[in-house]
Design a protein. Structure first.
Length: 222
């Protein structure tokens, strides 16, 4: 067997070729121009403009009027939020989005511990791991809900930036109660308070997304 010995910084001539890394690769692997171009295309699909808001105790968040399309009944659903907050381990819980009338509906929180919480009607489901975000950076938060049946438990799965955060959280088997109501949807706050931050995208889905769909949503947008 022989050995190849290279200079510390070899100069290649012609057009050196190598295989292109797969999309979203983040290693020390050499990147090709094809890879760089493909990532430009991925980034171009997702809007980079958002709505920036300051905190308020007298003004609500972004309001979306009630509609049958955003009432999930007793079915599966997914809540997807893309945005940034100044502090990802805040001094007080932050409401990222909600559609809740005090009895029925859901609320997506960022907790003071850096964990996430989805409240379904009156029951809280907390992520089993905290985020590790740098303050002031933009992230994609997803709560994916498979509703229980009379004999089979359901689950809430949290994702951050396309990757599952911790373990799935069990919804005890039983007859699921409706989350429908007649109130507005609010993003980055409630009807009377507004959280500080920037919203780039909010997407409710009337089904549970697959892990592959959550990753695609993070990478490619709607």
């Amino acid at each position: 067997t022989g050995k190849f010995v290279f200079d510390a910084s070899p100069t290649l001539t012609g057009t050196p070729l190598t295989s292109a890394p797969s999309d979203n690769t983040a290693t020390t692997q050499i990147a090709t121009t094809a890879f760089a171009k493909s990532q430009d295309a991925v980034l171009a699909r997702e809007p980079n403009q958002g709505v920036a808001m300051t905190a308020s105790t007298s003004v609500g968040g972004i309001a979306v009027a009630d509609d049958d399309d955003i009432d999930f009944g007793t079915g599966n659903f997914t809540i997807s939020f893309k945005g940034l907050v100044p502090d990802w381990t805040p001094s007080a819980n932050v409401v990222l989005a909600q559609k809740h009338d005090g009895s029925n509906g859901w609320i997506l929180y960022l907790l003071t511990t850096g964990y996430f919480r989805l409240t379904i009607n009156s029951t809280n489901y907390d992520s089993t791991a905290a985020n590790s975000f740098t303050n002031g950076t933009t992230h994609d938060i997803v709560a994916d809900v498979t509703r229980e049946t009379a004999s089979v438990a359901g689950s809430v799965v949290f994702y951050t930036d396309g990757v599952q955060l911790g373990n799935s959280v069990t919804i005890t088997a039983g007859s699921p109660t409706t989350v429908s109501n007649a109130v507005s949807l609010y993003v980055m706050g409630t009807s009377s308070t507004r959280s500080e931050g920037t919203v780039f995208r909010f997407s409710p889905f009337n089904r549970a997304l697959t892990a592959a769909e959550v990753l695609d949503l993070y990478r490619n947008g709607i």
